[in-house]
Design a binder for this molecule. Structure first.
Ligand code: ATP
Ligand code: MG
Length: 214
């Protein structure tokens, strides 16, 4: 079998519940990491696969950092955690990135016995209504919606439309970290410190490559 992420677990039949943490990760920060770790623990996930978005449709106008650099930062931030791995599937897929295509691809890699749990923050879960092929997405994965400072998770819980679509959503409280990639980019641009907002290896990488300076 071709090498897949978590292939060891898969071969041993120990991959039953796989978390998926999607994002632009421009750059990755502790908000992403703590959310993934708590989702893993709370929902007994066997691992979390981080999937950096290749060509995010929503961020076309504002522009994003080169995908290989974003991918590398996710690798650096996750390498110390044996339960985390990073996938290239969105990085390597040409054209606009849609979650539905990613899930279809994951379904060809992982057998049906592997349940997929897509982890999002409170802001992203409300967005779900506008994603492409929500119905198909719901047939392939469940969602874990985590609390995030600045967004009220109850708005999602009480959203009638979200309740109507055939998507299984679980809610999860994670330690509140009011960190966003936008906040980090702004701080770097203004020559302010971003220490302790993300892994030190990521901070060093950002400065070595002079990212977000202008
Ligand atoms: P940007 O400001 O560029 O949009 P971001 O910090 O929102 O960046 P994304 O890559 O857009 O990061 O988010 C990826 C996923 O991580 C989304 O589901 C988002 O809701 C979630 N997320 C990001 N930051 C946090 C946080 N501090 N707490 C909980 N979830 C978060
Ligand atoms: Mg965001």
């Amino acid at each position: 079998m071709a090498h897949t992420n978590f292939s060891d677990l898969l071969e041993k039949g120990k991959l039953k519940r796989l978390g998926i943490m999607g994002g632009t990760f421009d750059p990755i920060h502790f908000g992403h990491l703590v959310t993934a770790e708590h989702a893993r623990e709370s929902f007994n996930l066997d691992g979390v696969l981080f999937i950096p978005t290749g060509n995010p449709v929503r961020k076309k106008q504002s522009g994003v950092t080169d995908k290989e650099l974003r991918f590398k930062m996710v690798e650096l931030a996750t390498e110390a955690n044996p339960h985390f791995e990073v996938s290239r599937i969105e990085i390597d897929r040409p054209g606009d990135t849609y979650t539905v295509d990613t899930l279809r691809e994951l379904k060809t890699i992982y057998p049906d016995e592997v349940d997929l749990f897509f982890i999002t923050g409170a802001d992203a879960i409300l967005d779900l209504l506008s994603w492409k092929n929500t119905h198909d997405i719901g047939e392939m994965a469940s969602f874990i919606a985590a609390t995030r400072p600045g967004w009220d998770i109850n708005v999602a819980k009480q959203n009638y439309e979200l309740e109507q679509i055939q998507v299984d959503i679980c809610y999860l409280e994670v330690p509140a970290l009011a960190i966003s990639s936008t906040y980090m980019r702004q701080r770097i641009k203004n020559r302010k410190s971003v220490r302790y907002l993300t892994d030190e290896k990521v901070t060093n990488f950002i400065f070595d490559h002079q990212l977000y300076m202008s």
